[in-house]
Design a protein around this ligand. Structure first.
Ligand SMILES: [Zn+2]
Length: 345
């Protein structure tokens, strides 16, 4: 039992410093249900995917022991243990088998002697290459890899164009409260919006990506010239003398602009709901505003997200935390992605 516990402790310590390893088959990309991990200088991969290539039988028992049967051999890995049992004989391991998100991860090199493959390590690129020769195995590996290919939750968002506008910048600091400039909060959150959108295949243009003074005209000109599908401006709010006012509001302008079923108002509603629920801000609702430059000059659905109130102590506390920027940025992006996904045609 003690050994088991130590094994797990080591796992968590090493996981934090794990490097990005790529697994390939005959140098072609091989998709896995979980990313490989490095432990005690050994590379652990999801057993399931490897077993599928070689048509090996995998048995789980409730005492956290996994058994593999293949080509007349039986290999038993007690999870977290430095000992495996091959045909009932003890074998020392350099790294134990572990569980990662409920997936059994086993040291790949240890399996080499039992499977019809060579395992090669290519150091500079951090690639593990599984060399297969039999046509049958190559074909099965291709089908296994296909079954684990990442699927976007928003396939309709791929290659759509979104302009992300970080409000203010440079000499225009925006609201200035508690020693914090709004322009810096806006850029930080906007960069998380960009990252999440790009992860989902959206083509993103930033009106600014650093602390530079940027005219309102150049922001809307960019959006119109790239024919963006959507325009999202990121700001934070302040109302001096009313410290109790807090939360998120999304500003839009009621108009006839309609991009394949998405309007400024529908975009505002979707983002408003996502930010308040996913980033945990008070939901102040959406507001129709007719006098705001960027909402008036863009030819596509456009919104201004006022993430939180710098003049409210609770909101300001959130805004001082980078994790909140990430949560808010991701929430805005999810609202955008859902809107892109709903576009017809
Ligand atoms: Zn602002």
């Amino acid at each position: 039992m003690k050994r088991f516990v130590i094994g797990f402790l080591m796992f968590f310590l090493l996981m934090s410093s794990s490097m990005a390893i790529e697994v390939r088959v005959n140098f072609g990309k091989f998709n896995l249900p979980e990313e490989p991990v490095v432990m005690n200088s050994r590379i652990l991969v999801p057993l399931k995917a490897i077993a599928e290539i070689f048509d090996a039988e995998v048995l789980w028992d409730p005492h956290r022991v996994v058994t593999i049967k293949h080509n007349g051999n039986e290999i038993i890995f007690p999870i977290g243990s430095m000992t495996a049992y091959v045909n009932r004989e003890e074998r020392a391991l350099d790294s134990p088998a572990i569980l990662k998100n409920s997936t059994t991860m086993v040291p790949l090199k240890f399996l080499e002697e039992f499977i019809d493959a060579k395992i090669e390590w290519h150091d500079p690129q951090a690639i593990v290459n599984i060399v297969l020769e039999k046509e049958e195995l190559i074909q099965r590996a291709e089908s296994v890899s296909r079954s684990y290919a990442p699927r976007s939750l928003y396939p309709n968002a791929v290659n759509k164009v979104v302009v992300v506008d970080a409000g203010h910048g440079g000499s225009e600091v925006g609201a200035n409260y508690g020693g914090i400039y709004e322009k810096d909060l806006n850029l930080s959150i906007a960069q998380y919006v960009k990252a999440e959108l790009e992860k989902n295949g959206v083509r993103v243009y930033m009106t600014r990506n650093s602390d530079v003074t940027t005219s309102l005209a150049s922001r809307t000109t960019l959006a119109n010239s790239v024919n963006a599908d959507l325009f999202v401006s990121v700001h934070n709010n302040a109302i001096v003398g009313k410290p109790s006012v807090q939360g998120t509001e999304v500003l839009y302008k009621e108009s006839v602009i309609n991009r394949k079923g998405v309007t400024s108002k529908s975009l505002a509603s979707t983002i408003q709901e996502k930010v308040s629920s996913l980033a945990g801000t008070y939901n102040k609702g959406i507001i129709n505003r007719t006098n705001l430059y960027v909402l008036n000059r863009t030819n596509m659905p456009s919104v201004i997200v006022e993430v939180a109130y710098m003049t409210n102590a609770s909101d300001l506390n959130k805004l001082k935390n980078r994790k909140f920027h990430e949560d808010a940025g991701r929430a805005i992006a999810i609202g955008v992605l859902e809107s892109l996904q709903s576009m017809k045609g």
